[in-house]
Design a protein around this ligand. Structure first.
Ligand code: NAD
Length: 285
């Protein structure tokens, strides 16, 4: 089983990046989004990332052109998923949305197609439940920005076929990622630790323990984290992190994951972090 043709559903923060790295690795990629403006903006972001790569001498102009030629924007879901080897969904972190999407996709893909979810925390078994081929469902958790971050967290549920896991691991390594394999458990190996730290940092900011900059500097210089937990929350998106926190608080029965009031207020005000220009920091757009 070899994965060469990819469909990415959702062209937002993660989807455009997943499409980019797959196309850069020589795969035929189709990208779609329910919102045509996001789809156009996603392609634009890929172009800009590649332009930056050329400017920095990391991508040749020929590779830039070849990558863009392998990347096709599709207006419909059916067009995107026909005849691909793997479908990677990167739609918002809502269980029912992902389940409904895969139920629709399952009826339109060819035999043997893998359904991969970029969920940061949701149960892979719950996403796979009721699908005709749950053995071909697994988590492929990429990190933001996808073209820079090396980690790919592969999450298998009890029914995932080991051959599917092997094939996807090979695919991930072909994209230049370092793969870790994790059992289907809330928040996997990454979000469970990272979100816990992020929520505590927000609570500290709320309590006036220190400024956002100083809380972040504490972790960067004191604990050698490459980026502080508040800035990271801004990069991920406060809405995305809030949904993950709510889910983990419930699933792990642990109030440490409960989104603090400050986070809820920022999300309600549309201050979602880098993507809206403001979160815990002001971002140039
Ligand atoms: N943002 C991060 O740093 C990050 C990191 C790792 C994993 N994730 C996970 O990746 C997933 C996507 O997150 P994101 O930050 O890219 O979200 P996002 O909001 O930036 O993008 C999601 C996109 O999905 C589209 N969409 C919604 N419903 C759709 C449908 N039915 N069909 C097609 N498109 C649809 C939306 O229009 C939107 O453009 C989530 O599960 C999230 O938890 C996010």
């Amino acid at each position: 089983m070899q994965i060469q043709r990819v469909a990415v559903i959702g062209a937002g923060t993660m989807g455009h990046g997943i499409a980019q790295v797959a196309a850069m690795a020589g795969q035929q990629v189709r990208l779609t989004d329910a919102n045509p403006d996001v789809l156009a903006a996603g392609l634009d972001r890929v172009r800009r990332n590649l332009d930056k790569g050329v400017e920095r001498g990391k991508v040749t102009p020929d590779d830039r052109e070849a990558t863009l030629a392998r990347l096709q924007a599709c207006a419909s879901l059916g067009e995107a998923v026909a005849d691909v080897d793997i479908v990677v969904e990167a739609v918002p972190e809502k269980l029912q949305l992902k389940r409904d999407l895969f139920a629709e996709v399952a009826g339109q893909v060819s035999a043997g197609c893998v359904l991969a979810t970029n969920t940061s925390s949701l149960s892979i078994a719950a996403i796979a439940e009721g699908l005709p081929h749950p053995e071909r469902v697994l988590g492929t958790h990429f990190f933001n920005p996808v073209h820079i971050m090396k980690l790919l967290e592969l999450v298998h549920h009890p029914g995932t076929d080991p051959a599917v896991l092997d094939a996807v691991r090979q695919w991930g390594e072909g994209l230049g990622k370092t793969c870790i394999v994790v059992k289907d458990s809330p928040g996997f190996a990454t979000s469970r630790l990272g979100v816990c730290l992020g929520m505590e940092a927000i609570r500290m900011l709320e309590e006036g323990v220190a400024s956002a900059e100083d809380i972040d500097t504490a972790m960067v210089l004191g604990y050698r984290h490459p980026i502080g937990p508040l800035k990271l929350s801004d990069l991920v998106g406060l809405d995305v992190r809030m949904h993950i926190g709510e889910y983990l608080a419930r699933e792990l029965n642990n109030p440490a994951f409960e989104p603090p009031a400050l986070m809820r207020a920022k999300v309600a005000a549309g201050e979602l972090g880098q993507k809206t220009g403001k979160g815990f920091y002001d971002w140039e757009r």
